[in-house]
Design a protein around this ligand. Sequence first.
Ligand code: URA
Ligand code: URA
Length: 332
Amino acid sequence: MSDDASRDEFLSIVGEVSNELAYLRELGVELIDAGGGAGEPRATAPDDSPPRKPSRAAAPPSQSPALRRNAEAESRSPRESQVGEAREESAETQPPRVLYQRATEPKEMATRKPVRTPDPVPPAPQETLFGEIAPQDALSLPRPGETLEDIRRDIGDCMRCPLCCEGRTKIVHSEGSPSARLMFVGEAPGANEDADGRPFVGRAGQLLNKIIEAIGMKREDVLIGNVNRCRPANNRTPTSAEAAICKPFLLREIAIVRPDVIVVLGNTALHNLLDTKEGITKVRGQFKDYKGLKVMPTFHPAYLLRDPSKKRETWDDMKKVRDYLNKSKAEK
Ligand code: URA
Ligand code: URA
């Protein structure tokens, strides 16, 4: 299949998800506001529905046994009661789905494991850019005509995975040009990024800036993001489950921006973004084709800081990216 045809196929899949939501609205299924004010409604799943093909229809929240359980929990412990309160807030202020509890102080490392609340029925897995994703809630799904700002709003004060609660200061969103032809995807924020709320601003980020400039571009021209948007405690590697929860938002950004090339930085980003087990040393420097999007895996700049002799390889990889971008621009 040609690049154009497969990209069209991907975009039509994104469209199908959106159409499904529009169809639910047409059926008059009650949808809860996406957090964007009075406008676009959003869907959510009832807590008390039997297992079934996930529809995102909402039951009246006050009727939910899960809420009754939460009310009972309130009388048990102050930590558990936080969840109950969050669930009884109005639809406008309620976070999409509270799975984990935050440490008392955001900066304090959690000493307890995150506490799971009763699971609502999550939406069905969706086939998307790099395969199937399992969205946590309706706000993880794309909507027609959405913008990068919409995605940020959907992420909200995210508590979908344990990374919310082990010392995160700021959620680090993707940054850069909405019309970028080149995108970089890293693993997860480090300490500097967590403090600033911006990706790749520490030493690895400084090196990434140089890599971008080496191919004649500026940081503002490209899009820079991470598979996971919250800093893991002690810079541990995010688990594949944590990556799977955060990844849908990145895939939606990719679908909006449609960069010509995505450079995947290092093993963790490679494994989690592309659902592969191949090692970066083996696959770096070879363009991968994912449904019409060109992906170039290369070493992570933090790895290059530890072993500067590997910069040569990354430079070779980036020259291929530069040449491809110049060629595809000339063809347009
Ligand atoms: N390493 C990453 O993978 N991402 C950042 O944003 C910073 C360092
Ligand atoms: N291991 C990684 O995780 N990333 C690299 O870039 C190189 C080795």
